[in-house]
Design a protein around this ligand. Structure first.
Ligand SMILES: O=P(O)(O)OC[C@H]1O[C@H](O)[C@H](O)[C@@H](O)[C@@H]1O
Length: 283
């Protein structure tokens, strides 16, 4: 029986390497708060300012390694959604690849982590991740550098699972009037009427770069981003994947900062793109 993420954090003073369900993770528990990042996928699994619960939701029953971990902030890279090529995984290679923790810069107020993949994940594009956390906010950056010779394009997402009390009682503000592709209706194009609530299964790509406000019970969270004109909102409703226990299925909603078929990123050799997502409490 593997220990829970909260047990690993309770047993950590400062920072250390640990194992969670066969996944190698780095655990930080400091005066400002705590976080856990997995080497698989550079995936942040937990972030909580001191005294608060995890802002992210992570399944307590992940598929065995090297299966994709459901929860936290998976990286979809260098493509979002299904692969164009047979045999390639959905959401790209980054989330099941091994990443190295190159640097941990700790300071009194928080921490900054730098991660890079241990093997090339694309013939021309090279990603890196920077995570900045403190008692007030979380910022995750996915930086893509073109290290090849010919112009190329890609899609991507920071596929954030936000922890909520009840997914069917949240309101996501900031998308009213936005055009979106409804994946559950064959990518039909529609317009968001009013603010977004979740009533059942939902899988939408909004054409929007605006910051959002997630209202969940008494908590209000601001979700801002850079380098992204697609906001993906996903909840499986009753089509629950096997790695989500029944009692957990309403405890998250995915709000993703993405670049999709609506805003594919083109890069010239030598250039780079920054995608980031920024979570904070609305004051
Ligand atoms: O099960 P996964 O491969 O992690 O994908 C989970 C979900 O990710 C995104 O939000 C997509 O829009 C969904 O269509 C997909 O079902």
């Amino acid at each position: 029986m593997s220990e829970s993420l909260s047990a690993l954090i309770e047993q950590t003073q400062g920072r250390r390497d640990a194992t969670w369900h066969d996944f190698s993770v780095h655990v930080i528990n400091e005066a400002w708060g705590s976080l856990v990042v997995a080497h698989q996928g550079a995936q942040l699994l937990h972030f909580a300012p001191k005294g608060q619960r995890n802002w992210l939701w992570t399944t307590p029953t992940p598929k065995p390694a090297p299966g994709a971990i459901r929860g936290g902030i998976p990286l979809c890279w260098p493509w979002f959604g299904d692969a164009d090529t047979a045999g390639e995984p959905a959401h790209g290679r980054a989330r099941t690849a091994t990443w190295r923790l190159d640097a941990v810069d700790e300071h009194e107020e928080g921490v900054e982590l730098h991660l890079t993949p241990t093997e090339p994940l694309d013939s021309q594009l090279t990603p890196r991740v920077v995570i900045q956390a403190n008692a007030k906010r979380l910022n995750v950056e996915l930086i893509t550098e073109h290290t090849g010779d010919t112009p190329t394009s890609f899609t991507q997402a920071l596929h954030t699972y936000l922890s909520v009390d009840d997914a069917f009682d949240v309101r996501i503000e900031g998308l009213a009037g936005a055009r979106y592709l409804d994946k559950l209706e064959g990518f039909k194009e529609k317009t968001q009427q009013g603010e977004l609530g979740i009533r059942g299964g939902l899988d939408r790509i909004y054409h929007s770069s605006r910051p959002l406000l997630l209202r969940s019970g008494s908590a209000q969270r601001r979700i801002a981003k850079q380098g992204s004109d697609s906001s993906v909102v996903w909840h499986p409703g009753d089509q629950r994947p096997g790695d989500i226990p029944a009692e957990e299925s309403t405890h998250f909603v995915c709000v993703e900062a993405a670049c999709t078929q609506l805003d594919r990123v083109w890069l010239a050799p030598g250039s780079q793109h920054l995608l980031s997502q920024h979570l904070s409490l609305e004051e």
